[in-house]
Design a protein around this ligand. Structure first.
Ligand SMILES: [Zn+2]
Length: 60
C-alpha cells in the first residue's frame, strides 16, 4: 500500500518528499528551495507557503 502526502508548496501529491519542520515538501520543491537565493522573490513565496502550512497545522 502506498500513501502519498500532499506537498505544502506545490499542493501536489508526491510520494518522494521529506518533512521539513513537520511540513511535507516534495523532493522537487525541496531541490528548488535549496537552489533559490534569498534575494529571489520565489524564496519569499516558499517561506510564505511554509508559514501558511505551519499555521494550518496549528489551528486544525
Ligand atoms: Zn512540491
Amino acid at each position: 500500500m502506498e500513501s502519498k502526502e500532499c506537498c505544502s508548496i506545490c499542493s501536489m501529491q508526491k510520494a518522494d518528499g521529506i518533512y521539513l519542520l513537520r511540513i511535507y515538501i516534495c523532493s522537487s520543491c525541496e531541490k528548488e528551495m535549496i537552489q533559490t537565493s534569498v534575494d529571489d522573490p520565489k524564496y519569499k513565496f516558499y517561506i510564505e507557503q511554509m508559514n501558511k502550512a505551519h499555521r494550518a497545522m496549528i489551528y486544525s
